[in-house]
Design a protein around this ligand. Structure first.
Ligand code: NAG
Ligand code: NAG
Ligand code: NAG
Ligand code: NAG
Length: 530
């Protein structure tokens, strides 16, 4: 019995060492909510390959369930907290996201989102201080000798911990307000003439006025609203590291940037060798549905079903909005599965069922699925792309309007404005997406592109994390742009120098001309007089 156990242990060890060469230690700084769903997939793959993964988690987490046993190790940050208060704050934010954000312009929406980040700065700093100023805890982390940190940069602190521990780190992110983090801290080239900045709601084909908007929006975000309260963090990072530095400088030390999109979603754009696009890494083939659900789906017959989810962030809509949506859904021949936790709308049709939770990926992969009504979160969009399902987008906030704009530009989605829509609008959008074959064709094409990759996105993500572990970083991929000042980066110093040369040359030439004119002109006159 014992020997059998030993043998299997040895086999396991060998398996690991065969697959990854060595078993490393990974420290993780995650972000809650939908970000975690995506990151967890990478972490579980890493543990499957024999690495030891430790997640630093705030006790106030909502989705990161650190009390459940899992292959991941959780290290709960020791700090004062009040779960009820945190829950209240989250609900207030979610309510605003669902019911206020969609009525705002992109500019106002960016301001609102930034206000939220500023508002929680105190809380974020407290979490960070509880880690970096707890000497015994930092010592423990130091002594564990981690090989790499995997960090979601949505909320700061991860990179500071990595810098203090002198551990190389890998970022995983989708977007930052106005792309500031990638652009300024990661030095990702972003020609604003054809790369729309995030939250502007534009595509890569811009008219003159849209290009004006793109540049104004970028300036507005970078120089006007300052996402993430940079001043506070710059000071905090400088104090913690004992030398003057900035948040952006430390963020720029990321060895690899794993971006959660791919060219099926993204518009073609320049990128750097340390940027890897791994969108859709969480997608999987569909599994069978629960029996009751499968029966409902089968009862739809030829017409098929529509899957409807506004994501985990939207819990309740106003009664008016919910009724308007329900009455539109009641008018289509398809059966509808709607993930909704709010009060049951009075106008709910017989063809619509409400669920607290749905197995979204399995439903989208079901052969009877005709369309997906979505708020435009990246995870959901990727599941639709993976299974080739056309979409009706009802974006709310953050990057959702952009995501839907991308899908619209690729011909796989129709957008409905949730703040102004009527029942008729939603109904027309659904009919268009279901009945016009081009939407299905375009969605299927995106799906084919997504599946036709030399290496699967999850394997690429894991490869680069292991690469950083094996080589203690990926310095050979790091652009020298990080060592330049902004005017050197844009060659303003060289342009200035060359302009000065030209000016000097022009000055000299005119001086010479004047001189020779004076000299020879005068002598000429003299000669004439003579
Ligand atoms: C530091 O962290 C350890 C381990 O998480 C914890 O037991 C301890 O209470 C913390 N110390 C302070 C001062 O918060
Ligand atoms: C949604 O629910 C929250 C509490 O859960 C409540 O405060 C808020 O008013 C509700 N919003 C709407 C539009 O019903
Ligand atoms: C870039 O700057 C860093 C820190 O200032 C320095 O260690 C490094 O050698 C510099 N690299 C180059 C290529 O100049
Ligand atoms: C943006 C895009 O590629 N749209 C395509 C959607 O599908 C129709 C029909 O196949 C094409 O004509 C469009 O060009």
């Amino acid at each position: 019995m014992v020997s059998k156990k030993w043998i299997s242990a040895i086999v396991l060890l060998q398996l690991c060492c065969a697959s990854c060469g060595f078993c490393g230690k990974v420290l993780v700084w995650p972000c809650d909510m939908s970000h975690w769903l995506n990151m967890r997939i990478i972490l579980e793959k890493l543990t499957e390959r024999g690495h030891e993964v430790t997640v630093l988690v705030s006790p106030e987490s909502f989705i990161i369930d650190y009390s459940k046993s899992s292959t991941l190790k959780f290290e709960v940050i020791s700090m004062p907290y009040n779960k009820e208060e945190a829950e209240e704050n989250l609900n207030a934010f979610l309510d605003m996201a669902a019911n206020v954000m969609p009525t705002l312009s992109q500019w106002q929406s960016a301001i609102k989102l930034q206000e939220f980040f500023v508002q929680i700065t105190g809380k974020l700093k407290l979490i960070c201080e509880s880690v970096v100023y707890n000497n015994s805890f930092m010592k423990k982390l130091q002594e564990t000798n981690y090989d790499v940190m995997v960090i979601d940069p949505e909320l700061p602190c991860g990179e500071l911990i990595a810098e203090l521990l002198k551990v190389p780190f890998v970022y995983t992110l989708k977007f930052s307000i106005g792309d500031t983090v990638q652009q300024y801290c990661g030095k990702l080239p972003t020609p604003l003439s054809y790369v729309p900045v995030s939250m502007a709601g534009l595509t890569d084909r811009m008219t003159f006025l849209q290009r004006v908007k793109n540049i104004m929006f970028s300036i507005f975000i970078n120089f006007w609203i300052h996402p993430l309260d940079t001043q506070v963090w710059d000071q905090f990072y400088s104090e913690a590291l004992g030398r003057p530095t900035t948040l952006c400088e430390i963020m720029g030390k990321a060895e690899i940037w794993l971006i959660r999109t791919y060219w099926d979603f993204e518009f073609p754009r320049p990128y750097l060798p340390n940027f890897e696009f791994v969108g859709g890494l969480h997608c999987k083939p569909a599994k069978p549905l629960p029996k009751e659900m499968e029966e409902f789906v089968q009862s739809s017959g030829e017409d098929g079903i529509v899957v409807f989810s506004l994501g985990s962030m939207v819990k309740n809509l106003t009664d008016e909005k919910a009724n308007l949506i329900a009455s539109a859904l009641a008018q289509i021949p398809q059966k509808v599965l709607w993930r909704y936790k709010g009060k049951k709308p009075a106008t709910l049709g017989d063809n619509t069922r409400l669920y607290d939770w749905i197995p979204q990926n399995d439903l989208l992969g079901h052969p009877k699925t005709k369309a997906f009504i979505t708020h435009g979160g990246t995870n959901g969009i990727y599941e639709a792309i993976y299974h080739g399902i056309p979409m009706v987008g009802v974006p709310m906030f953050a990057d959702q309007p952009d995501n839907i704009a991308h899908m619209k530009a690729k011909g796989a989605a129709v957008e409905v404005d949730i703040s102004t829509m009527t029942s008729e609008d939603l109904l027309n959008a659904l009919r268009t997406v279901i009945n016009e074959p081009s939407y299905k064709e375009n969605a299927t094409r995106l799906s084919r592109i997504h599946h036709d990759q030399p290496v699967k996105p999850l394997d690429r993500a894991v490869f680069w994390i292991e690469f950083v572990m094996r080589h203690k970083g990926a310095k050979h991929l790091r652009p020298a742009a990080h060592n330049l000042t902004w005017f050197q980066y844009h060659s303003l110093d060289v342009i200035g120098f060359l302009l000065a040369c030209v000016a000097a040359a022009i000055f000299l030439v005119t001086k010479c001309c004047l001189f020779s004119y004076q000299k020879f002109g005068k002598t000429g006159k003299k000669k004439k007089r003579e």
